[in-house]
Design a binder for this molecule. Structure first.
Ligand code: DGT
Ligand code: CA
Ligand code: CA
Ligand code: ZN
Length: 585
């Protein structure tokens, strides 16, 4: 049976194919909207679509008669003739082209019609043979950029974004834990350390029945194929494409094994060195005296903290285990108390249907209340972001008024929650801002972001962003490097200079926790915090459910050594408006 995601995907692909065929834009739009409605439908869409009452669906906004008929066909037969016919006109690989930075339907159509290019491999060959450079509307520069984008993808072909596999990882962990012979289970490796991209997932279980757990693991519903099936270790490939290793150890071995398989390799090497200095050998199974005849005690411990304690160390949170000073801090008992999800009271950078979001003000507010937040900032795009339906001055002021009215209602109903009025203001190419000071002064805060002219040289880009930082009304810098993980490289920018400018002006830096971004990168946050720069964890939500990515934001903030004092969203509602205005006082 098809899932809701698969049906939405089919509608999206129909929209792409219609676009390739120069179909009427309204028809294309209808399928794109249909895909969104299918994804966000409240209720059991598949059940209704399969039932005799499926025609009722056409009353839903965004689903007309044509789409409800197609939903019925998909839900009852698992196929769609219309789609299959459309698809037959293009090779399957044509969809991959849409994922190359710099290619849209218009260019893909040109490439297909004029050069017969229908896959990334075709495109690569054509670039290498200099055929794209000669194509009208492309040119030498575009050819170079396309080739760069293809190479970037190839280099990352075996990696996965944390956010894309976290759901499966947690599900499998849950399934392992529910096996009757599983005593303890954990996801180890880079997933546990909160790396932004992962090569594979590493599971560890403590059990007295390793073969039984292995047999169970290799046939879990998320498994696509079996790579290796052994008595104590197995590997499978999941339906998402990621490889997944499972290791089974005895309960006594679990603590050492968990530390070993959590890594990082660099952390392990340093830890083993420390053990050796104290006369012990440490491996994935045990901590034991090097000299068996020694009078040195053998340590007894039952968990990770016990193992670290045996070596005289505090237990470093998994996110810190990159050998970036955590072993020293653990030895000196100066590990920071890292920020936790429960510390968050609100968040700032979120979109609504006013620009390119898919949820209304009230839908966003309700989702934030549901998460237990006290405030939610709305920062829709500004007018220069035409492609994202950015708001002009008038529309923004209307939104400010709407938010004020909603807040009045909250106040009247004694609901301890407020929306904040912000804007994601474009930093224009010359470093000036898309709105003037007078307008920004009427907002609770602004997030200033770069959305165009990504190819400026580093010095110019840095100057451009610093110019924005120096504006007193710029409260925070949005997604400071513009990267899209595994998809688009960061633009050239000098991050230490940005951090210094933020420190000098009291400007906050965003940790954009959209799983595609996780920007600014975790490797810079320790420096930022040392300089006194505050962090704002922002989901950049485009629909209510995107607020869930705050979970990834916390992982990355922890990885950057941040405490609740470093993260501005930990402030309660009573303090937040003043805190956002400190730059102005
Ligand atoms: P990745 O590439 O995202 O899968 O990163 P990890 O850290 O999950 O790496 P992986 O899956 O190769 O190994 C999991 C952990 O096992 C790793 O973090 C540390 C440990 N480990 C693996 N190979 C070695 C090794 O040769 N030496 C040491 N000391 N530890 C290792
Ligand atoms: Ca791994
Ligand atoms: Ca592995
Ligand atoms: Zn943005």
């Amino acid at each position: 049976m098809l899932t809701r995601e698969q049906i939405a995907d089919i509608f999206e692909k129909i929209a792409l194919l219609l676009d390739l065929q120069d179909e009427n834009p309204f028809k294309i739009r209808a399928y794109k909207t249909g895909a969104e409605v299918v994804e966000s439908y409240q209720g059991d869409l598949l059940k209704i679509a399969a039932s005799d009452d499926y025609k009722d669906l056409s009353k839903t906004k965004g689903i007309g008669k044509a789409l409800s008929d197609k939903l019925h066909e998909l839900a009852t037969t698992g196929k769609l003739e219309y789609y299959n016919n459309l698809k037959a006109e293009f090779p399957d690989t044509v969809f991959d082209l849409f994922r190359i930075q710099g290619l849209g339907p218009k260019r893909i159509k040109d490439l297909y019609k004029k050069l017969g290019i229908a896959s990334i491999a075709d495109l690569k060959k054509a670039c290498e043979n200099d055929r794209i450079a000669q194509l009208p509307g492309f040119g030498k520069k575009t050819q170079g950029k396309l080739l760069e984008a293809i190479t970037f993808r190839e280099q990352n072909a075996d990696r996965f974004r944390l956010g894309d596999v976290a759901g499966q990882a947690e599900l499998i962990l849950h399934e392992l834990k529910s096996h009757p012979d599983c005593l303890r289970a954990e996801v180890a490796g880079s997933y546990r350390r909160g790396k932004e991209t992962l090569h594979d997932l590493d599971f560890l279980v403590a059990t007295g029945n390793a073969p039984g757990i292995m047999d169970y693991f290799i046939v879990l519903p998320e498994v696509d194929s079996i790579i290796n099936h052994g008595a104590t270790k197995s590997s499978v490939r999941l339906t998402s494409g990621i490889q997944c290793d499972l290791r089974a150890v005895s309960n006594e071995e679990f603590s050492c094994a968990l530390v070993y398989f959590t890594g990082s390799k660099e952390h392990n090497v340093a830890l083993r060195g420390l053990a050796r200095e104290q006369g012990y050998t440490l491996n994935e199974y045990r901590l034991a005296p090097i000299d068996p005849d020694t009078t040195q005690p053998t340590h007894e411990f039952h968990d990770e903290a016990g193992l670290y304690a045996a070596l005289g160390l505090d237990c470093p949170p998994a996110e810190l285990r990159e050998n970036q000073g955590e072993i020293e801090a653990a030895t000196e008992h100066t590990l920071p108390r890292l920020v936790e999800l429960e510390n968050l009271r609100g968040t700032f950078h979120n979109h609504t249907t006013a620009s390119d979001g898919h949820s209304s003000l009230m839908e966003m507010a309700n989702a934030a209340i549901e998460l237990g937040l006290q405030y939610l900032g709305i920062a829709d795009h500004s007018k220069a972001s035409v492609q994202a339906n950015g708001l002009n001055e008038k529309r923004l002021l209307n939104q400010v008024r709407d938010i004020r009215n909603i807040n009045e209602n909250f106040k009247d109903e004694d609901i301890d929650f407020r929306l904040l009025s912000g804007s994601e203001v474009d930093i224009l190419k010359d470093g000036s801002l898309d709105f003037d000071d007078e307008l920004m002064a009427q907002l609770d805060y602004t997030v200033a972001s770069v959305h165009n002219a990504f190819t400026l040289p580093e010095a110019e880009m840095t100057k451009r962003i610093i110019a924005a930082i120096e504006n007193p009304y710029v409260t925070m810098v949005g997604h400071p490097t513009g990267r899209l993980l595994l998809e688009r490289e960061p633009y050239a920018v000098n991050i230490p200079d940005i951090i210094d400018a933020c420190a000098a002006t009291g400007t906050i830096i965003e940790l954009n926790c959209n799983p595609w971004r996780l920007d600014m990168d975790w490797r810079w946050w320790k420096l930022a915090a040392q300089k006194g720069v505050k962090c704002a964890i922002n989901p950049d939500a485009h629909r209510a459910c995107d607020l869930d990515s705050l979970f990834f934001g916390i992982k990355i903030a922890r990885k950057g050594w941040l405490t609740r004092n470093d993260v501005i969203n930990c402030l309660p509602l009573e303090e937040i408006t003043d805190a956002l205005a400190t730059k102005l006082s």
